[in-house]
Design a protein. Structure first.
Length: 175
């Protein structure tokens, strides 16, 4: 019986040490380093209305989610299904995962960035649900950010190692 009580006391003491703050150590995690390019993406929050080069309407909405650590884009081209793109900071880069209507999820990222930029270029890194790298997928996204009320997106689709389609959308902020 004594051994059970002693063992319980030791376990309780260890558990207490695991949850007790260490003297002199801050209780909160330090703030994440600022990423100016990701802050630009966060500034897109709201609804945007635009058009494709052939004049078809396109709507896009940006929402800051996950306690400010991600931005969700909902892109809805006229007469097509909605697609989601998630943006997040990755050190000095910005990474995206595009949930494409063709059924794969390309992941792209910028080069390291230390300042805001009027153009953010995302390049293919990898994809989930992609049979081979030759299978058709979005391979590049470029965001043009000339000011706080205008935005362009240029999407490049690649199949068999070659660009097969480029889609450019121009948007104006609605809210």
């Amino acid at each position: 019986m004594f051994h059970k009580i002693a063992l319980a006391s030791v376990i309780s003491g260890v558990a207490l040490l695991c949850v007790s703050p260490v003297p002199g150590r801050a209780q909160q995690m330090p703030p994440a380093k600022s990423n100016p390019a990701f802050e630009q993406i966060k500034s897109l929050a709201g609804k945007w209305q635009g058009a494709s080069p052939d004049g078809k309407s396109v709507d896009v909405e940006y929402q800051v989610v996950s306690n400010g650590t991600a931005v969700m884009e909902r892109l809805h081209p006229h007469d097509e299904v909605e697609m989601i793109t998630m943006y997040s900071a990755d050190g000095s880069r910005v990474s995206v995962t595009h949930y494409c209507s063709v059924g794969n999820q390309p992941q792209m990222q910028t080069e390291p960035l230390t300042a805001p930029s009027p153009k953010l270029a995302f390049h293919f890194v990898r994809a989930t649900n992609l049979a081979t790298r030759e299978t058709g997928h979005m391979h590049q996204l470029t965001l043009g950010l000339p000011d706080g009320n205008h935005l362009t997106q240029e999407w490049i689709f690649v199949e068999n190692g070659k660009p097969t389609h480029t889609e450019v959308f121009s948007f104006t902020r609605r809210s």
